[in-house]
Design a protein around this ligand. Structure first.
Ligand code: C2E
Ligand code: CA
Length: 766
């Protein structure tokens, strides 16, 4: 009987483990039921076959009792006690009592191996050995006691026979348990090992889960899976942290999407849809976490089903806010000048490329202004680089103040700056003018004194301007080169100026500049003169004049207002010029008042929009009237339709104020501009002037006739008089006056605009 020390050590330890008791309980109940049934059968047999020997019922009775107590112990969960109780109780019942009281011989012979097996199975091989040993000892002891006649007399052969049966069956039982244990030992060991393995593995799994979690938290990369069939989402601890998702809150795509920055949602949805149809998924977007906006990178791979459709997404989530910030900082460093914070050459070239591409598409013009500070080197050398840096920063700020939001101001290095004005329209001349206006603005802004440290410093720039675009493709460096060249010309031209690269443009600009300067001087020197063009009734009687300004240029002679009125409007010179005309006209009215032939004449003065919009326009006119002593009733102001584009309420208020003093109003160039009938009825007008262009066409163009006719009847229905301008032929006169009832006429047919003396003579004669 060799029982491996291994088994004897391992098996009981295992079997004592509470977890092992599930099946054993059933085994117990079955064993006990069998014992109970056996005892009951034996007892029944005894009652039937040996009714006279009552004492023999003690054996089955005892076994039944042991089975009952065992069942109770199992029932209350005292398994270990039940085991020992059963083993020892059955042993006592079978060995000591049954042997000598009889009645259980057959069951003993059959049951003993069961008992040994149970001992071995339930308690361990060693317990079975002890039971066998104890049996042998008990039998030998009993036999010895019998032999010494210590026991009550009984036929010896019976106990001896029983004893030998017991010894044989216990040896048989022991052999069986050894065989059983051997047979199961391998399996048990295996079982034990796999349980150990399982325990170790689950420990390892737990450890690697923790390691993974820690690794995710260190790397700030979380993981997630989405079951695309059930829509179930699983997220790792780190993913929860990254997404700011509280524990216990499930994440699904719609909930997540709601937290994605609004501007990034469509792109994310598109990327996800593309990913589901086979493209990879690697997307960066922002999520809004409270008041914070964070950048996330989500990347995923897909598991596909047998038909190739994705069924599961395995992804990672990474908080890349810091990286994005670093990227921005790098871009800032790479594309901006450190000193001024302005875009550097690289960024300028990049934007230039974009603007050039756009202008190739839409044909619009853009401009490059190349600026260089005059005498910057001297400042650097005399006051030091710190001061130089301060000046450059202030220049940068002033430049930013001169451009619109979409324009680019860049610093190329040193004291060189470039301003790019994009989208100046498709008309070259307009673009030139816009660029020039900005150039002038920059010149004036940069020429203001600078406060550098304790120094008041003056600096001026030289500016070179070039246009580019206009649907023309060229290499990206070209406009820069041209602007640079123009800048050198401007330096050569005496600094503190701007120059256009294109000679034609340059001369246009120069002419304008000369003209503007000339106009200013002319105002001072009173080089303007007024001509009077008669206004006549249908019968040719002069009722008044329109005053038209001319410039008596010392070299060029008489310059037409067509050449300078628009520039005077642009530059604002029209305001003093207009006021001068107004005063002259009023003075003239006053002079006429004393001459009976002329005292009833009216004078019409053209008023430009810019002049009229001046807040003190009403006061200026009234003061001219008062100062001159003219009769306000004879003064008429001719307004242009373009005035009516904005702020009609203000216009009406001013007109009403002047009208209260008797001043009249005519609407110039009627039909050419913006007149709306609703305004027309609201404005306190006296006259409409039909534009020359309609009068001109009246003989040849039936539409012109209809327009004139309609204008006249409209004016009349509003209670206004009508003046036809530019009447050159008798036919025009007849059609307008006789045909359609035009009230007054003006034009070369009657007289050209005349100097005052000639006009007065004309008026006297007519
Ligand atoms: P406007 O107000 O339409 O003035 C009428 C223009 O038509 C005048 O040109 C006049 O000489 C011209 N004209 C008159 N009759 C005929 C004709 O039968 N045939 C042709 N072809 N032309 C005729 P002018 O004097 O060159 O003035 C041009 C414009 O300059 C004026 O147009 C007016 O808008 C502006 N202007 C003139 N003087 C002043 C002024 O003192 N102030 C303002 N704001 N604008 C003025
Ligand atoms: Ca006019």
């Amino acid at each position: 009987m060799t029982i491996s020390p291994d088994t004897s050590r391992v098996a009981p330890a295992d079997w004592d483990h509470p977890a092992a008791w599930g099946p054993t309980k059933t085994f117990f109940y079955l064993t006990l039921a069998a014992l109970f049934a056996g005892a009951a059968l034996v007892a029944a047999a005894l009652v039937v076959f040996a009714p006279e020997r009552h004492e023999r019922l003690l054996g089955p009775g005892l076994i039944a009792l042991v089975a009952l107590v065992g069942a109770w112990l199992v029932h209350i969960g005292r398994i270990v006690s039940a085991r020992w109780f059963l083993a020892s109780g059955i042993w006592i019942a079978f060995t000591l009592i049954a042997t000598f009281t009889g009645g259980v011989r057959a069951p003993v012979a059959l049951g003993y191996p069961v008992f040994i097996v149970m001992c071995g199975w339930q308690i361990g091989a060693r317990a079975a050995m002890i039971a066998v040993g104890a049996t042998v000892l008990a039998v030998v002891g009993l036999a010895a006691a019998e032999a010494k006649q210590l026991l009550p007399a009984a036929p010896l052969y019976l106990p001896a026979m029983h004893a030998s049966v017991l010894v044989v069956v216990s040896l048989l039982g022991a052999a069986m348990i050894v065989l059983l244990v051997k047979a199961y030992r391998g399996k048990l060991t295996q079982l034990h090992r796999s349980r150990e393995d399982l325990r170790r593995h689950s420990g390892e799994v737990e450890a690697s889960r923790a390691t993974l979690q820690r690794a995710q938290s260190v790397a700030r990369v979380g993981s997630w899976t989405i079951d695309l069939i059930t829509r179930r989402v699983e997220v790792s601890q780190e993913t929860r942290r990254i997404l700011g998702l509280p524990d216990g809150i499930e994440s699904d795509f719609p909930t997540y999407l709601a937290r994605v920055y609004e501007g990034d949602r469509a792109a994310l949805q598109a990327a996800w849809a593309a990913a589901l149809s086979g493209a990879g998924f690697d997307h960066e977007h922002r999520i809004v976490d409270g008041t914070h906006v964070r950048w996330l990178r989500q990347k995923a791979e897909f598991e596909t089903g047998p038909d190739g459709t994705p069924i599961r997404a395995l992804g990672i989530a990474q908080d890349i806010t810091e990286r994005k910030q670093a990227d921005e900082r790098i871009a800032e460093l790479a594309f901006h000048d450190q000193l001024s914070g302005l875009p550097n050459r690289t960024l300028l070239l990049d934007r230039l490329k974009q603007v050039m591409a756009a202008s190739e598409r839409d044909g619009s013009y853009s401009a490059l202004l190349f600026l260089d500070l005059d005498n910057f080197k001297t400042l650097n050398d005399t006051l030091g680089h710190d001061m130089g840096d301060q000046l450059l920063q202030q220049v940068a700020n002033r430049l930013m103040g001169c451009v619109r939001a979409g324009d680019t101001v860049a610093r190329l290095g040193g004291d060189e700056f470039v301003v790019m004005l994009a989208g100046l329209g498709v008309v070259e001349a307009t673009a030139v003018m816009a660029a020039e206006i900005v150039g002038e603005k920059i010149l004036s802004a940069l020429s203001q004194p600078y406060q550098i440290g304790h120094h008041d410093y003056r600096s001026t720039p030289s500016i070179g301007i070039t246009l580019f675009g206009g649907g023309r493709a060229e290499p990206i460096e070209e406009p820069l080169k041209r602007a640079d060249l123009a800048m050198y010309q401007s330096k050569a031209g005496g600094r503190n100026t701007l120059r256009f690269f294109d000679p034609k443009m340059q001369s246009a600009v120069t002419d304008r500049v000369t003209l503007e300067a000339g106009l200013r001087a002319a105002l001072m020197r009173e080089e303007f003169v007024l001509h009077f063009q008669p206004l006549v009734t249908g019968t040719g009687k002069v009722t008044g004049a329109e005053v038209l300004v001319r410039w008596q240029h010392p070299e060029r002679g008489l310059v037409s207002p067509v050449e300078f009125i628009s520039l005077a409007e642009e530059t604002g010179l029209i305001v003093p010029l207009g006021q001068w005309v107004m005063e002259q006209a009023c003075t003239q009215l006053n002079l006429w008042a004393a001459q009976p032939a002329l005292s009833e004449l009216t004078i019409a003065v053209n008023v430009s929009a810019r002049q009229f919009r001046k807040p003190d326009f009403v006061e200026q006119v009234l003061s001219a009237v008062v100062r001159s002593g003219a009769s306000a009733r004879q003064l008429k102001l001719e307004l242009t339709e373009s005035l009516l584009v904005t702020n009609v309420e203000d216009i009406i208020a001013k007109m009403t104020a002047l009208k209260a003093h008797g001043i009249g109003f005519a609407l110039n160039d009627f039909g050419t501009g913006y007149s709306s009938l609703s305004y027309l009825s609201r404005l306190p007008l006296d006259q409409l002037k039909i534009d020359r262009s309609f009068v001109m066409g009246i003989e040849t163009n039936p539409h012109a006739v209809s327009i004139c006719a309609a204008t006249i009847s409209l004016a009349h229905s509003l209670g206004l008089k009508v003046v036809a301008e530019g009447v050159e032929t008798a036919a025009q006169h007849d059609l307008l006056h006789l045909g359609h009832g035009c009230d007054y006429l003006q034009g070369y047919l009657f007289s050209r605009p005349l100097p005052i003396a000639q006009f007065e003579a004309f008026a006297r004669a007519h």
